[in-house]
Design a protein around this ligand. Structure first.
Ligand code: ADE
Length: 230
């Protein structure tokens, strides 16, 4: 999978060189490119923002650098219609199902906005080049799209076959079956007067599976009743 990220803070993404995703990049499973939006500016100050028409607080990202960035990155795309993602608190919520959907794409382009956002015409123009998705990480406001982009790259990247060593660990985790994950324990069996639940030491695999399922349901009901309603 190819992923291109456009940001005015490319060094945010240095952390993606670590751990499993870093290995996926080194082995070529994830072809990740981070670009500085200012590379598509033409003026001496490499200006990316300006004041909003109609007034109001803050600055808006200018359309011209974004247009040039999208032209270049889509012209060189391995996909006839790349998926162009803009992190935004005004977007649809990014979920595990979205991560699964994006993991099937050949090419993701992620445009990270800052300030009060990107000139709206950029989103319209982008629909002529690919499938445009405005994605929110959740109902809170970040300073820009970078942290959201990193979260999405990690959630999608680990679903690329071969990125996570043991594919079974993908099946049993939170959200894969619509429920939260069951609790986990390791040695010692007693720690600071707290014992591991007996059933996990019983060797009875059917009883362990039933207990874990029950824990998933109890946890989901207590912590995330909205998931059960869905
Ligand atoms: N940019 C600012 N806030 C955001 C959020 N909650 N999700 C995605 N992108 C954002």
């Amino acid at each position: 999978m190819r992923v291109d990220v456009v940001s005015i803070f490319p060094s945010y993404f240095d952390g993606l060189e670590l751990s499993l995703l870093g290995k996926a990049r080194a082995t070529g499973l994830l072809d990740l490119h981070i670009h500085d939006l200012r590379g598509w500016t033409g003026d001496r100050h490499r200006t990316v923002d300006d004041t909003p028409y109609g007034g109001g607080a803050g600055m808006v990202m200018k359309p011209e650098p974004w247009g040039l960035a999208l032209d270049e990155l889509t012209a060189d795309s391995p996909s006839a219609r790349p998926t162009i993602i803009f992190p935004s608190p005004a977007g649809e919520v990014f979920r595990q199902a979205t991560a699964r959907e994006f993991a099937h794409r050949d090419h993701l382009i992620i445009g990270c906005g800052r300030y009060e956002g990107i000139d709206e015409r950029v989103f319209e123009y982008a629909t002529t080049l690919g499938e445009v998705r405005l994605m929110s990480l959740g109902d809170y406001v970040l300073n820009g799209g970078e942290v959201a982009a990193m979260a999405m790259i990690e959630a999608v990247g680990r679903l690329i076959p071969g990125v996570v060593g043991n594919p079974e660990s993908l099946v049993e985790e939170s959200h894969e079956d619509g429920l939260l994950e069951y609790p986990s324990y390791t040695k010692p069996s007693s720690w600071r007067e707290r014992a591991v639940p007996d059933v996990l030491l019983s060797g009875n695999h059917a009883a362990i599976a039933a207990w874990r399922r029950e824990q998933q349901i109890v946890r989901t009901r207590d912590r995330r009743p909205d998931l059960l309603a869905d």
